[in-house]
Design a binder for this molecule. Structure first.
Ligand code: NAP
Length: 675
């Protein structure tokens, strides 16, 4: 650690009577302390981070990142190093689904994202050290005293040798049991926990995923992680926190799980077990002289929906630039005081919404009516927008960092140098049936280019689906292939097994935001020659399968989702050779109309797109005379390209089309307009 005399601290020159060991000592090397270290070093301050743990934690307590946090990590070029994080599914408010992208659909990081805390810490640690921050592990702070011009910190190192360090400021980022907060005498009013959730990461169990599943006696949540362990969380209605000396035993979690769900997980291998409650406390001041607090040291709350981590990182980003400025040319006390003025109300607001969520989430049958009313309110446009903005940290514009690069809409992964597109559908998931070729393929490519994670589906050739996925990935998009034959018994079930598995592996959830019912077969048989078997087959693939796909998808679709059914211009102009086919497409339009009404209360839009003759690569389009004849039917004197139709589907899938439902959109290039 540097021991040179400090010359940089202009703010303190007057009363500084001694050399300092650092400009700022940060206590705690969790994500908040490390981000603060990054900010301070970027601003030119000398930083030492003291951490009592000898090794970084291997427990991933928090893993959800919200839009504002993603934005600040992106501005610092840290997202690439994180992965970049995959979408984290739909959010919630007290366990009621809430699509966080509605906060600001145009935001490049709208929604929520997944990054394990261990990974965030590793990335921030690397950056802080690269910038010159000292990170001392195995150092436990034992004393703290403000002296003229500095704060003196006493600590015990790994060798048990006591040491004393001095810095112009000390910041406690040492979590909810903060030593700095206690030693500096911060007032920390609030309420102790009255309810608790038991949580365990368990290997070797195979139980169904559960998203805030309410049972008669309690709440159960289960999600299988990519590493095969399942995170279970359970709360028994009416139970109060137990007094234990440490974390709960796994046997306690397994017993509660059994009482709530009737399922035995006792044979599983626990990787990590803990309990957390709805305690709510916040310091009355974020700054006392030369000592400041950030993250859980300043506020304690139920860690619901990942808000605690996000709030803490946003504290660190705000404090970092204010504190670093004290060591520049123009130190400014008022700027530093602005930290409390800005972050205390932000924390208070978050604590309020978390408390409201805790009531909805952990209440027993007595809150059922309240939940029902809330669920209704969450369908009214401005309500989800308001709450999503609050949770995402998007309520107030965040002050730009002077040294921050412009926000990037395209990010490059460090490992592969692939470009990941941040488009209007970033954070969304989509299924396009029949997307191995033709209009479906173009649609899958287009939705992926807009940022959606796309399930590419076909029935006959796995290679064809893989090829579409490879082409999307080459372009920086995200997709996976699924195979299922539609129009036969069990086809829809097979489709969803593969879809849910693919989504789960990539997002940790099975939410589907966009369904495009595209797969279809043509007829091409004269009206006199259509056989019952041909008729049944056309109906099975083109009408029956879309109906049951839609019906099944509704269980996966959050409110505000999009359903687009590919119809045909043949529902508007006659071609006797395709009468049976056209009848199936007429059925599609009915599917659209009636489900649009049915799903309106959930803000799910349902629309039909009717292509005209569209070049899907079949040989007839290579015959000049035939192509000219077909082109002449369109007002533009050309046949449609698959991209023409995909663009219409992408529009309907996006937020700009939120006011269109139950519609038939003609995408036939003005076919047979007359005249
Ligand atoms: P296409 O090139 O023939 O492709 C059809 C896609 O659907 C393929 O991916 C195919 O995959 C899949 N599919 C067909 N039957 C299936 C089944 N039984 N189970 C699972 N997947 C199946 O089609 P397109 O011309 O692009 O047409 C796409 C949609 O637009 C259709 O609904 C069609 O009716 C409609 N449309 C097309 C036109 C046009 O001129 N092209 C005009 C109006 C409407 P597999 O081969 O692997 O099964």
């Amino acid at each position: 650690m540097s021991r040179q005399p400090t010359t940089s601290s202009a703010a303190l020159e007057a009363d500084l009577d001694t050399d300092l060991d650092a400009d700022v000592i940060v206590v705690g090397a969790g994500p908040v302390g490390l981000l603060l270290g990054v900010e301070l070093r970027t601003g030119g301050a000398r930083v030492t981070v003291l951490e009592q743990l000898a090794e970084p934690t291997t427990e991933s307590r928090a893993s959800t990142l919200h839009a504002r946090t993603m934005e600040l990590l992106d501005e610092r070029g840290l997202l690439d190093q994180l992965g970049p994080p995959p979408p984290g599914g739909t959010g919630h408010f007290g366990g009621i689904p809430l699509d966080l992208t509605v906060a600001d659909p145009a935001h490049p990081h709208a929604g929520q994202w997944k990054a394990p805390q261990t990974r965030i810490e590793a990335v921030l640690h690397r950056r802080a050290v690269a910038l010159g921050a000292e990170v001392w592990r195995g150092h436990r702070v034992t004393g703290l005293a403000e002296r003229p011009g500095c704060v003196e910190v006493e600590a015990v190192g790994p060798d048990r040798v006591p040491l004393r360090l001095r810095a112009a400021f000390v910041v406690g980022c040492d979590g909810e049991k903060s030593t700095v907060r206690r030693l500096a005498g911060f007032d920390f009013p609030g309420a102790d926990a009255t309810k608790e959730l038991l949580r365990a990461d368990v290997a070797d169990i195979d139980i169904p995923g559960r998203r805030f599943e309410r049972h008669p006696h309690g709440l159960a949540i289960a999600a299988r992680g990519p590493d095969g362990t399942t995170r279970v969380m359970v709360h028994e209605y009416g139970s109060t926190p137990r007094h234990r000396s440490g974390e709960p035993d796994f046997a306690e979690v397994a017993a509660a799980w059994w009482r709530v769900t009737g399922e035995d997980i006792g044979h599983g291998a626990p990787v990590w077990v803990n309990a957390f409650g709805n305690a709510r406390r916040q310091v009355t001041e974020y700054r006392r002289g030369r000592v400041l607090l950030a993250g859980d040291a300043a506020h304690v709350q139920l860690p619901v929906g990942g808000q605690a981590l996000n709030l803490g990182l946003q504290d660190a980003a705000d404090l970092g630039r204010r504190l670093a400025a004290q060591f520049g040319d123009r130190p400014d006390e008022a700027l530093l005081d602005g930290y409390h003025a800005t972050r205390h109300p932000a924390g208070q607001r978050a604590l309020n919404n978390i408390e409201a969520q805790a009531q909805l989430l952990l209440g027993g049958p007595e809150v059922d009516a309240l939940r029902a009313v809330f669920a209704e309110l969450l369908r009214l446009g401005p309500v989800p927008r308001h709450l999503a903005a609050m949770i995402s940290g998007l309520e107030n514009p965040y002050p730009a960092r002077p040294h921050a690069p412009a926000r990037q809409h395209i990010i490059t992964t460090a490992t592969t140098h692939r470009r990941t597109t941040m488009g209007t559908l970033t954070g969304k998931t989509a299924l396009v049936t029949g997307s191995t070729r033709g209009i479906g393929r173009a649609t899958a490519v287009r939705l992926a280019r807009e940022g959606a994670l796309v399930a590419v589906h076909g029935s006959s050739s796995r290679e064809a689906a893989d090829e579409v996925v490879a082409s999307i990935e080459k372009d920086g998009g995200r997709a996976f292939a699924i195979q299922a034959e539609l129009g036969i018994t069990g086809g829809v079930h097979e489709l969803f097994l593969a879809l849910e598995q693919g989504l789960k592996e990539r997002t940790g959830a099975t939410d589907l935001h966009i369904l495009v019912n595209n797969a279809g077969v043509m007829g091409g048989v004269a009206p006199e020659d259509v056989t019952p078997e041909q008729f049944d087959r056309l109906y099975a693939v083109n009408a029956k399968a879309p109906f049951f796909i839609l019906q099944r998808a509704l269980g996966n679709m959050p409110d505000g989702s999009r359903i687009i059914n590919i119809s045909s211009g043949l529902t508007r102009f006659a071609n006797p050779q395709e009468v049976a086919y056209a009848m199936t497409k007429g059925a599609i339009d009915q599917l659209t109309l009636h489900f649009a009404k049915h799903l309106g209360p959930r803000n799910i839009t349902v629309n039909s797109v009717g292509p005209g003759i569209t070049n899907n690569g079949t040989p007839v389009f290579d015959i000049p005379e035939a192509a000219a004849q077909m082109a002449a039917l369109s007002a533009f004197n050309r046949v449609g390209e698959t991209d023409d139709v995909a663009a219409v589907v992408a529009f309907l899938a996006g937020d700009d089309a939120r006011w269109i439902t139950g519609s038939y959109l003609d995408a036939s290039g003005g076919t047979l307009l007359g005249g």
